[in-house]
Design a protein around this ligand. Structure first.
Ligand SMILES: [Zn+2]
Length: 143
């Protein structure tokens, strides 16, 4: 973990991606992933960031271990505070949390694909209607 400085610098980068200055990101660097650990755990990443982060930690052992460490420390402290069962399997809890977030990302991706198809269908229908209306392609008269 490189810590706070990395976190601050990447906030700036991420605020740009959030506003669409950077259209499509396909991969995160270790440096970027590192700055997202806390936000991932506390559900403060947007869906695109969550997707990129999960993709990164699924391929990068080092960053996954960082996440695991931060998650363990955070939860152990909480258990001590709340005097809950500290023997809970934190590794399993983390995996469940990642799976939940990954399925949210999947659902989001499916919705985005659906929207694209719906928009495409609407555009095609509008074009056909225009062609019909202008008489270029008289669809309604063919039926
Ligand atoms: Zn990494």
């Amino acid at each position: 973990m490189t810590g706070l400085i990395a976190q601050k610098k990447n906030k700036a980068f991420r605020s740009m991606t959030g506003k669409g200055f950077i259209k499509k990101r396909t991969e995160l660097s270790h440096y970027e992933a590192d700055s997202m650990v806390n936000d991932f755990i506390e559900n403060r990443l947007n869906i695109e960031e969550t997707k990129l982060y999960i993709e990164h930690i699924s391929k990068c052992r080092e960053c996954y271990e960082d996440l695991e460490l931060v998650y363990m420390i955070g939860n152990t402290l909480r258990y001590l505070d709340e005097e809950e069962d500290a023997s809970a399997d934190l590794q399993k809890m983390l995996k469940t949390d990642i799976q939940k977030k990954a399925s949210k990302v999947k659902i989001y991706d499916i919705h985005m694909k659906l929207y694209k198809y719906i928009i495409l269908a609407v555009v095609i229908i509008v074009i056909i209607m225009l062609l019909d209306f202008t008489g270029v392609l008289p669809v309604t008269r063919l039926i």
